[in-house]
Design a protein around this ligand. Structure first.
Ligand SMILES: [Zn+2]
Length: 167
């Protein structure tokens, strides 16, 4: 978990330094080139090919745009943290890597500093706030729900007002 926190810190400060305040303008491409990765949108099953010189994150263009965005963040998370062939990996390592990628992906499509901004305008009911934020950040409902659950756990004390609103 400690190592994962450092990757989260890297992603958060990268975006913060870009000074982007619109979720749709988060520069995924620039973050990718920072870690020597690039995106490829094709009608193929999404995956990441992780190499030391250049990682390629393939995103399936046949899926819905919100799904594509979540997947792009997920494959990029692998490119930031992992290398090697996941399909040849023993199961437990693969499960761990998937969990890590899922968590880091959340911080790629919704960094804390932006979520803190937009959550203030979210409707005061949990389901409605997930829908609002999923739409605002251009991601799926499920991905935003998981991201928000993590966010609320982490900020339960800092944003006591949020938990008092029935979240
Ligand atoms: Zn994965």
């Amino acid at each position: 978990m400690f190592v994962l926190q450092r990757y989260i810190g890297f992603v958060e400060s990268f975006f913060k330094n870009c000074n982007v305040w619109s979720p749709h303008l988060l520069p995924f491409d620039e973050l990718a080139s920072e870690v020597r990765a690039k995106f490829r949108f094709a009608p193929e099953k999404s995956h990441a090919l992780l190499m030391k010189s250049l990682s390629v994150c393939t995103v399936d263009i046949r899926s819905d745009p919100p799904e594509q965005r979540v997947v792009a963040a997920h494959e990029l998370a692998h490119a930031i943290m992992h290398y090697g062939n996941q399909t040849k990996m023993i199961r437990i390592f693969r499960i761990i890597q998937e969990g890590e990628a899922k968590t880091l992906a959340g911080h790629i499509f919704a960094p804390d500093y932006l979520l803190e901004e937009y959550i203030r305008d979210a409707p005061p009911f949990y389901e409605a706030s997930i829908n609002y934020l999923a739409y605002t950040f251009g991601v799926t409902y499920d991905a935003m729900r998981e991201r928000l659950d993590e966010f609320h756990r982490k900020y339960a004390e800092k944003f006591a007002i949020v938990t008092n609103r029935g979240y």
